[in-house]
Write a protein that binds this ligand. Structure first.
Ligand SMILES: [Zn+2]
Ligand SMILES: [Zn+2]
Length: 343
């Protein structure tokens, strides 16, 4: 089988490997789509090294077909099923796991930089991760692979209590921002406002369901305020820049939540007047990766047709063109770029 192996930063080679053999309880998937995101790029270029074990097979946004299993299949999973794979294996024992934050487990093992990921024709889901396999019939393989970033967005929205909010501001209309807009609408938020300086993204933001789409500017906060009943309930920072928030601090509703959803540059500092938090009962929350339950919720929304994502799939290239695909991700010009290992 073909597999792209990262030996060290910037040294990624497509190689011929044997199809892995299975130990008791392991499940073999034929990979049908592996999408690439900023995390893959940061590992590829050496900017992310934490928990990365090289050589490694990148790709944590994975769809596949169940082709083999050593022993009985996981419950609810059959041979031939299209599935997506929750990419984290938490330890269950560390302080994060004990406090019900398994997604930020201190000892977690992840597909795509510890366990071999999706840039391969086959992957093994080890026995201790077999519950991570989530069936998703009836959509294309890249759509099934989109469950991972969507689940990250849902995790962020749950923490920021988006469901039940009257007005949500999504700052940044990259792929994750667009997913946030769609999820907020799917969860019944009446007013979703999106801001992005790149006007080329405004049309798809509107098509994603945003009720108002603006470029940041002097009158932008006033225009947003006018579209709400007394201010924004949730600001989702879907781009890792502090100025995605600062212009809107004056138009938050009482009890508003601020979600530092994106990753920021090391050392970036968010400044908020302490008394504004105090008198207005603001909440500042984070979000990192996602939980297995988010995978199931998103898969249900997609299956029920409440979340359409096909138009978020960008260019899909064969494994041999993986370098080109990574360059395309870096350019930020496309939507979710991915690899079809069988193309
Ligand atoms: Zn990702
Ligand atoms: Zn843990």
């Amino acid at each position: 089988m073909q597999q792209a192996v990262l030996y060290r930063p910037d040294e990624l080679r497509v190689e011929e490997r044997d199809v892995p053999t299975l130990a008791e309880g392991d499940v073999l998937l034929k990979v049908t789509a592996a999408l690439l995101c900023g995390t893959d790029l940061r590992i590829y270029s050496g900017r992310k090294t934490k928990n990365v074990t090289l050589p490694s097979v990148l790709g944590h946004e994975i769809a596949g077909e169940v082709v083999d299993c050593a022993g009985p299949l996981p419950e609810g999973v059959s041979l031939g099923d299209q599935v997506c794979v929750y990419p984290l294996v938490p330890c269950g024992e560390c302080v994060a796991c004990r406090k019900n934050h398994p997604n930020i487990c201190r000892n977690r093992v992840a597909f795509g930089y510890q366990l071999a990921g999706g840039l391969s024709q086959y992957i093994v889901v080890p026995a201790n991760a077999r519950q991570n396999i989530v069936p998703l019939p009836g959509v294309s393989a890249p759509e099934a692979a989109l469950v991972e970033p969507l689940a990250c967005a849902l995790n962020g929205q749950n923490i920021a209590k988006v469901k039940g909010a009257d007005a949500v501001l999504v700052a940044g209309c990259g792929p994750l921002g667009l997913m946030h807009i769609r999820l907020a609408k799917a969860q019944g938020v009446p007013t979703v406002i999106a801001v992005d300086p790149n006007t080329a993204r405004h049309q798809i933001a509107r098509e994603s369901g945003a009720d108002l789409v603006l470029a940041p500017g002097e009158d932008t906060p006033a225009r947003i305020l006018a579209a709400t009943d007394g201010g924004i309930d949730v600001v989702i920072m879907a781009i890792g820049r502090v100025d995605a928030l600062t212009p809107y601090l004056g138009i938050l509703a009482p009890g508003a939540r601020i979600s530092a959803f994106a990753g920021f540059n090391a050392g970036d500092v968010l400044s908020i007047v302490a008394n504004d938090i105090h008198y207005n009962e603001y909440e500042v929350v984070g979000a990192s990766s996602c939980r297995l339950e988010n995978f199931h919720s998103v898969a249900d929304l997609v299956t029920a047709g409440k979340l359409t994502v096909a138009d978020l799939v960008g260019t899909q290239l064969p494994l041999a063109r993986v370098h080109e695909a990574l360059d395309l991700v870096a350019s930020g010009k496309d939507l979710r770029v991915g690899i079809d290992p069988w193309a």
